[in-house]
Design a binder for this molecule. Structure first.
Ligand code: SUG
Length: 448
């Protein structure tokens, strides 16, 4: 049976702004308080989806969330009408209003961890929504994420959904940003690679000194158990704490994998040789031949990787078995990175082509091409069981771009977030979106 990797990209929400909310994420901190352009952000994301679809890849779309999250503000004690809640928060606790307005759900690599049916004990595709509890503004995403994923992958015969892990730091889980899967073919059993930043309970693992390690070993292990993965089909590795301290807040900022290939930076992991050997032997047991492409620090520094997002790229398989790398424009403007990429594609290795996309609006908050997509490997039958409303087509692309043009503002600053009119605009837009994507009622304003 045919199988595919389907990339579901997060549609940027109408409140996209630079709130400076993510300590440890260099771009988020350095662009804090700049004005953003939500319309341009959403159109840049849609252009990437369309381009991948036009290249023949399976492409889907994941809806944004209701923001401002008035219910979250009410849980923090703000009261009255929705407009009063927003105005009171703006007056007394602006950082909380900003957090409740973040469009951070666009980075759907953090929405969930997904295990394809070929890896799981019950032969279903498993999803665990990420609790994202390292940052308040992201910790409020998972209930709606679960509803949206439930509406997209509704068939219980094929899809199993798990609620987010307990919302405490010991189970900090950032979803697929710290998870990669290696396989010979998408529909065959593979090896799931979980990368953690620290251990919550085992003091033998070192932790970063400056910035938080968002993913714990215990969270990754819990996800593997929930998904019914075989021990032989899982490898755990620790991120090098020193790269977290240099701004690598998720592993997908320093490594990306696809098929039988891991593309990574020399400094990305601890005990790299042991990890590569384990990946290689476990992949061999399911018939695969592991290949690694290491980028030496002499060619690209960790700082280059953080600024250019070289590794936050999409590594995609082409029909002839070679691979294509989708990188952000920032890779072209970094001389060392661009030089490295020219060499990489020129040497006859597995990565043959690089395509560049302008995703500046998202990049300025630390979200590159890979952050914007959630990968779901599906066989033909499973793909047919996905809600067809969320699969990208030329007419859907047209409807979504028109929808963005109609509803999105082209400038957003902190002051705009305090405007109660914004809430009404967002709800009207999202109500229409759920009809376009045939999601039913998934937002708090539609349910309560
Ligand atoms: O969680 N930025 C996101 C970026 C997530 C990137 N995702 C992956 N690497 N997969 C984060 O730090 C910034 C929001 C702000 O500052 O307004 C933010 O949440």
């Amino acid at each position: 049976m045919k199988s595919y990797e389907v990339n579901f990209d997060g549609l940027v929400g109408p409140t996209h702004n630079y709130g400076g909310l993510s300590y440890g994420n260099v771009a988020s901190q350095s662009n804090s308080q700049q004005s953003s352009n939500p319309k341009e952000a959403a159109l840049q994301g849609l252009a990437k989806m369309k381009a991948l679809m036009d290249m023949g890849f399976q492409q889907g779309v994941l809806a944004p969330q209701e923001r401002p999250d008035v219910a979250a503000l009410r849980r923090l004690g703000f009261a009255g009408s929705d407009a009063q809640v927003i105005q009171q928060a703006a007056k007394e606790a602006m950082p909380l209003l900003v957090a409740s307005c973040s469009a951070s759900s666009m980075w759907v690599a953090n929405a969930a961890t997904v295990s394809p049916s070929a890896d799981t004990a019950d032969g279903r595709v498993h999803f665990t929504a990420a609790n994202l509890n390292c940052k308040y503004h992201r910790s409020i995403e998972h209930p709606t994420t679960s509803r949206v994923l439930g509406a997209m992958f509704a068939n219980q015969h094929h899809f199993a959904h798990h609620a987010a892990l307990p919302a405490v730091a010991q189970f900090g889980d950032e979803g697929a940003a710290n998870h990669t899967r290696f396989c010979r073919a998408y529909g065959e059993a593979g090896v799931e690679f979980f990368v953690f930043g620290r251990s919550a309970f085992d003091t033998r693992y070192p932790a970063p000194q400056k910035y938080p390690a968002r993913q714990t070993l215990e969270a990754s292990q819990a996800v593997a158990r929930l998904h019914g993965l075989r021990e032989e089909g899982v490898v755990y590795a620790q991120q090098n704490p020193s790269v977290i301290d240099q701004g690598v807040f998720h592993n997908d900022v320093i490594a990306v994998g696809n098929g039988e290939v891991l593309f990574y930076h020399e400094d990305a992991f601890l005990e790299t040789d042991k990890m590569l050997a384990e990946l290689s032997s476990k992949l061999a047991k399911v018939g695969g031949k592991f290949q690694s492409v290491c980028v030496p620090r002499s060619a690209v520094t960790v700082d280059d990787a953080v600024r250019s997002y070289l590794f936050n790229s999409q590594l995609l398989s082409r029909p002839d078995g070679s691979m294509l790398l989708i990188v952000p424009e920032e890779c072209r403007s970094n001389e060392r990175v661009w030089h490295y990429l020219q060499g990489l594609t020129g040497t006859g290795g597995v990565i043959r082509e690089v395509k560049v996309f302008d995703l500046k609006q998202s990049m300025q908050n630390g979200g590159g091409p890979a952050c914007l997509r959630l990968r779901v490997a599906l066989n033909e039958t499973e793909l047919a069981a996905v809600n067809p409303g969320v699969i990208m087509t030329a007419p859907l692309y047209d409807s979504l771009t028109q929808w963005v043009e109609r509803h999105y503002r082209d400038r957003m600053t902190e002051n705009d977030l305090a405007d109660p009119q914004l809430l009404l605009e967002c709800r009207a837009a999202l109500d229409e979106l759920t009809q376009i994507l045939k999601l039913g009622s998934v937002y708090p304003f539609q349910i309560n």
